[in-house]
Design a protein around this ligand. Structure first.
Ligand code: NAP
Length: 252
């Protein structure tokens, strides 16, 4: 029996991840802030897939809430086999003159929660010699596109750094790097979706199925979609001044 804990499980990529692992028979622990949505989604998964769905309401910007998720992850009596650090949000604030509290919340959810939850989950996985962590980064991690992109670069490098040492223990740590994906993310962030060209859009089912396939193969980085594999490769090998120009354009 596999147990999967997913943060940001009520919408978008996290909800689709929950659906796909539940469809193969895994039990899930669903983490997000909105309790009603958590309960409704938990019922939907239980009814449709006959699995156990546990609800863990937590705001990952809140250290007490975060500590409860850490405790759940490190409980040896109820082991978590796969952790999907997925919760996240974006914003359109400019850095100078923007709201520093929003920037702090971004770091809390995108970086601190990923750091602490991975730290809580890995020791048990190492003892058991199996399982792993998927950290949701972004293709934005390859460019210089503001504080969101900087936080996502931290997530990718952090995951890549753990990949080798953990693989030697039978545990997989993988960074997932999606491009633009149809979810609630852009409306919540106030991003103008009509400015994004059609070829750039991915659907969450494809992002998650590619991520699960890459995770089962023990990959360090998963980049769903041929267009984003090409863009990430280009961003890796292009001269850095050009990558910075692309980053500037992405913030307009
Ligand atoms: N969509 C894209 O184009 C795209 C591309 C690359 C990477 N990503 C990354 O993919 C991840 C998932 O994003 P998505 O597109 O699926 O977004 P989404 O549809 O907006 O879903 C975000 C999820 O995170 C939860 N969440 C947000 N803030 C939280 C907090 N403080 N504490 C706990 N849970 C919180 C939300 O639930 P509550 O509001 O109830 O808490 C929701 O379940 C993010 O890390 C994002 O950066 C997205």
């Amino acid at each position: 029996m596999t147990n999967v804990l997913i943060t940001g499980a009520t919408a978008g990529i996290g909800a689709e991840f929950a659906r796909q692992v539940a469809a193969r028979g895994d039990d899930v622990v669903l983490v997000a802030r909105n309790v009603e949505r958590l309960e409704e989604f938990g019922r939907e998964l239980t009814d449709r897939y006959r699995i156990r769905a546990e609800i863990l309401a937590a705001d990952l910007t809140n250290r007490d809430d975060l500590a409860r998720v850490e405790e759940r992850l490190s409980d040896p009596m109820r082991p978590i086999d796969i952790l999907f650090n997925n919760a996240g949000f974006g914003h359109t604030e400019s850095f100078v003159g923007g709201d520093i509290d929003v920037e702090q919340e971004l770091l809390d959810v995108l970086v601190t929660a990923v750091l602490r939850l991975t730290h809580a989950a890995l020791p048990g996985m190492v003892v058991r010699g199996r399982g792993g962590v998927v950290n949701n980064s972004s293709v934005a991690s390859f460019i210089a596109g503001g504080t969101y992109s900087a936080a996502k670069a931290w997530v990718r490098v952090f995951s890549e750094s753990l990949h080798g040492p953990m693989a030697a223990k039978g545990v997989t740590v993988m960074a997932l790097c999606p491009g633009y994906t149809h979810t609630e993310f852009h409306d919540r962030a106030g991003i103008n979706k009509s400015a994004v060209q059609d070829w750039m859009w991915l659907d969450a089912p494809l992002v998650v199925s590619e991520a699960l396939k890459d995770f089962s193969r023990g990959k360090a980085v998963s980049i769903p979609g041929a267009q984003y594999k090409a863009l990430a490769t280009a961003a890796t090998y292009l001269p850095r001044p050009l990558v910075r120009r692309i980053g500037l354009a992405s913030q307009k």
